[in-house]
Design a protein around this ligand. Structure first.
Ligand SMILES: C[S@@+](CC[C@H](N)C(=O)[O-])C[C@H]1O[C@@H](n2cnc3c(N)ncnc32)[C@H](O)[C@@H]1O
Length: 418
């Protein structure tokens, strides 16, 4: 056990030094709850790595995991739990996050956590009991409906990615409540903390995250088009039905034209800043992604990737032309994830009639000139879809099934270069 204790301490120390934990109460919860009790089949060396650990696969895809401790800490800070709070979690998984929350709300508070699968619910109950948190209520069900029997909640958190905001979550959130969820927005997924504002919700904070998608009644089919005969090349677009896969494959296998944007940035600045900047301005924004053996085949320009695993680039696809942001054509494709993000000269690789090459370069320069706003400075309002709204200058509107999102970068946030 001495080993597990030292590994546990080192994990929490690392989260503090990377400033994922800044709140002493969140630190106390992480110090008090041992992660290895929620991953009983793993050696402590594995359980205390700061990575997401898949715990259930269906057809080779992870449908449950213990999330990366770093993003769990970030989201718990966004959630702002207080002793005595009643909280609902959608995505019980191993039960680890529910235990951290139970520590934060104390014995006067109440934690309810839901998962879709009986085996996961049974596992979460057993892990919580072994860690001394059997007061957490673990429910079997579809979290899209919330948990009406235990509502209203002071806090609701999703630890699984949503495409839209279920009306049930808004209804079951108490008057001064806070909803934290990973939401598909502006070309990526963001962890957004929302509070009630008028008929809708308004963001309090926006952070980067990457969660597996929600299953069940509220699941959205992945917006992707398979290119070519192999299993590993996909184009992610907002309207997959509008893409001819053969023509798209021919286009991205065609002769490329590379142009420098004149902007230098790190991969994380591009991901958190230029990607949402472009996605909010281009209705045909897309990601091109190759996985497995296809990653090394060279069809995907290298913006992000690890050799033999994946390679992806963000850009725009318009049928007869496509353009992608990428690193300099001469940049080596790494065999390990970048430990320290280093700035590179950002390029655009264009295919087809070249219509997009200039437009993408202009987006990069405009984003740079605006002070390189990132998603943490985004203001996001979520209005019921049936409420009318006339956007003001500088606002971007994204329509979902139940929600109309209104996004902008307020001037003071733009000035804050991340
Ligand atoms: C990343 S895991 C959650 C990790 C968990 N919070 C922990 O601490 O281990 C995501 C979980 O969401 C669950 N899930 C997916 N769709 C769901 C739904 N509609 N309702 C409830 N749970 C769902 C999955 O079964 C999976 O266990």
């Amino acid at each position: 056990m001495a080993d597990a204790e030292a590994l546990h301490r080192a994990l929490v120390d690392g989260l503090i030094s990377r400033r994922c934990i800044t709140d002493p109460r969140v630190e106390a919860a992480f110090r008090a709850v041992p992660r290895h009790l929620f991953l009983p089949s793993l050696a402590p060396e594995e359980a205390y790595r700061n990575v997401a650990i898949p715990t259930k696969l269906v057809n080779g895809e992870a449908v449950s995991s213990s999330s990366q401790p770093e993003i769990m800490a970030t989201m718990l800070e966004q959630l702002g739990l207080e002793p005595g709070h009643r909280v609902l979690e959608i995505g019980a998984g191993t039960g680890y996050n529910a235990a951290l929350m139970a520590h934060l709300v104390g014995s006067a508070g109440e934690v309810t956590t839901i998962d879709l699968d009986e085996d996961l619910v049974d596992g979460a109950r057993a892990h919580l009991a072994s860690a001394g948190f059997d007061r957490v209520r673990v429910e079997l069900g579809d979290g899209a409906l919330g948990c009406p029997a235990a509502a209203p909640f002071d806090r609701i958190i999703l630890t699984v990615g949503a495409w839209d905001i279920s009306p049930a979550w808004r209804r079951q959130l108490g008057r001064n409540g806070r909803l934290v969820l990973p939401l598909a927005v502006a070309g990526t997924q963001k962890s957004i903390a929302f509070a009630h504002a008028g008929d809708g919700l308004a963001s309090l904070s926006v952070r980067e995250c990457l969660f597996m998608p929600l299953r069940g009644a509220f699941a959205a089919s992945p917006p992707r088009v398979a290119l070519g005969d192999g299993p590993g090349l996909h184009l992610y677009v907002s309207d997959p039905a509008g893409v001819d896969p053969v023509a798209a494959h021919t286009l991205v296998k065609g002769a490329p034209a590379d142009h420098s944007t004149g902007v230098r940035a790190t991969g994380s600045e591009v991901y958190a800043g230029l990607v949402p900047w472009t996605a909010l301005r281009e209705s045909e924004f897309c990601w091109l992604e190759a996985t497995g053996a296809e990653a090394d085949a060279g069809a995907v320009p290298y913006l992000y990737g690890v050799a033999g695993k994946y390679r992806s680039a963000a850009g725009v696809f318009e049928g007869t032309s496509a353009g992608f942001f990428m690193r300099p054509p001469s940049d080596a494709y790494p065999s390990e994830p970048e430990p320290e993000p280093k700035p590179f000269e950002l390029y655009v690789r264009g295919f087809g009639d070249g219509a997009l090459d200039d437009r993408l370069r202009q987006h990069a320069r405009a984003w740079d000139a605006a002070g390189r706003p990132t998603s943490s400075g985004l203001r996001i309002r979520a209005l019921p879809i049936d409420a009318t709204y006339a956007p003001n200058a500088g606002e971007h509107v994204v329509e979902k099934r139940w929600t109309r999102l209104v996004l902008d970068w307020p001037r003071n946030a733009r000035d804050k270069v991340q």
